[in-house]
Design a protein around this ligand. Structure first.
Ligand SMILES: [Cu+2]
Length: 461
């Protein structure tokens, strides 16, 4: 088995690729590279074919290919995989080539592409190339455009990547089961001219969600709404790597949504524009600035910004339940409930029971609680100032001065220059400014003459 690390270890990627062709060429099928590590792999420089600026798949990797008679050949293997969701929890999923999501496929506009899809699952599958222009018979819809790929068999898909952009791939066969199990991946078609829409760093990942009962490892596949693991590329914070960029970089982040609900994705400290959708690039005159963009089910959004502000900037789904991990849903709201009365009674029954949540839920982020095996704490992840209180769909964009062009290593936590950090008031600046209170009674502002007039005008008492 050739792993992607072996690809990099060779004297030159092109040489390794040639060896690959000669070794497995006789068999006809390209080698199916596999990746077990959930760490973000460095961008795969094109070993052959036309040049492009490679993407970085968050906690993922790009699938190597071989050139055969001018065709880019890839080999995807649909199979059961074990994915670490975050340290402390692994999930038994279905994916491709050792991982869920599967590897990112990167090609160039105009490339002829041949993809071998081998089914190592216990039931049939197929592959749909979401968003692509292609011959109808290559669209991968079981029953409509092809029979399912039976277990143990390999189907071949072949088409020209006609349009640059961001696409997804997933089965159109027993979809509820197969997508709930993690079968999905990204496809990037780079523009023919590498200067078009060029950026310094180009990240991509998929939004996905699982319902895995605490203590178990296999998703419940019939769940429609009540998922308990909200993930970026099948990783939950703090298992999601930071997106590391150099100050001044032009940054693109492409996010595809194959969950069952929409996700408003939010960036701190910078405004961005939506420059691409599954349908293509947004014309410059049609772009508008945003700090949050909603990504509906089955959609992709490419956002771009200039990383001008140094720091550790949050990047997360703005649905607050989606920045939590399992167990969040069965916890009652205890804020404002004084548990002292019942505590004594409960302690007679359960000596170690602690009252929690009566001052809000933040204490649950800081308190290590006994958990079933293979479960993530509900809110987790430590920062330089304590518990971050986030899990799920959360990570950071780390902007640093003077990083090397291909340096994606985590630089650690940001060191705030003197005078740029929120601090505790200690009376050193004289009297505190007044803190006016909202008027009591729920009225909208003060009663104004205009308000009176409106009242008088419409209500003839
Ligand atoms: Cu969300």
């Amino acid at each position: 088995m050739v792993t992607r690390r072996d690809f990099f270890r060779g004297a030159g990627a092109a040489a390794v690729s040639t060896a690959l062709v000669s070794r497995v060429g006789a068999a006809g099928l390209p080698e199916a590279a596999s990746m077990a590590s959930p760490a973000t792999q460095p961008p795969l420089a094109p070993p052959n074919g036309r040049p492009y600026h490679p993407v970085v798949t968050l906690n993922g990797w790009t699938l190597p290919w071989r050139m055969k008679d001018g065709v880019k050949e890839f080999h995807l293997v649909a199979e059961p995989v074990v994915r670490e969701i975050a340290p402390g929890m692994t999930a038994r999923l279905w994916g491709y080539n050792g991982q869920s999501p599967g590897p990112t496929i990167e090609v160039v506009e105009g490339d002829r592409v041949r993809i071998f899809v081998t089914n190592k699952l216990p039931e049939h599958t197929s592959m749909h190339w979401h968003g692509q222009r292609l011959p109808n018979g290559m669209d991968g819809v079981t029953g409509l455009t092809q029979p399912g790929i039976p277990p143990g068999k390999t189907f071949v898909y072949e088409f020209v990547a006609r349009r640059a952009g961001t696409f997804m791939y997933h089965p159109h066969a027993d979809e509820m089961m197969q997508m709930a199990m993690g079968m999905m991946g990204l496809w990037i078609t780079h523009p023919r001219d590498p200067r078009f829409m060029a950026v310094d760093r180009d990240f991509c990942f998929l939004l996905n969600a699982f319902d895995i009962e605490p203590g178990s490892a296999t998703p419940r596949v019939n769940t429609m709404l009540d998922f308990n693991l909200w993930t970026f590329n099948s990783r939950a914070f703090p298992g999601v790597d930071p997106m590391v960029v150099a100050q001044g970089d032009r940054v693109r982040i492409r996010v595809g949504n194959l969950t069952m609900t929409n996700h408003p994705i939010h960036l701190h400290g910078h405004e961005f524009t939506v420059t691409g959708t599954d349908g293509g690039w947004v014309p410059p005159a049609a772009r508008w600035p945003e700090v949050t963009t909603d990504i509906a089910v089955g959609q992709m959004r490419a956002i771009e910004f200039d990383a001008t502000e140094p720091g550790d900037w949050s990047f997360h789904c703005h649905k607050s339940h989606h920045t939590m991990n399992a167990m969040g849903h069965d916890v009652p709201t205890m804020t404002g409930v004084d548990q002292n009365d019942v505590l004594e009674k409960i302690n007679r029954l359960v000596p170690d029971y602690m009252a929690m949540g009566d001052k809000g839920m933040a204490d649950m982020a800081a308190m290590p609680m006994p958990l079933p095996a293979n479960t993530l704490p509900m809110m987790t992840g430590m920062g330089p100032f304590g518990a971050i209180g986030m899990g799920g769909m959360f990570t950071t964009v780390k902007v640093r001065k003077g990083l090397g062009r291909h340096d994606y290593r985590d630089p650690g936590w940001y060191r705030h220059p003197p005078g740029t950090l929120a601090y505790e008031y200690a009376g050193q600046d004289g009297a505190l400014p007044a803190a006016p209170q909202a008027p009591a009674g729920g009225a909208t502002g003060q009663e104004t003459p205009m308000f009176e007039a409106t009242k008088g005008g419409h209500h003839q008492h």
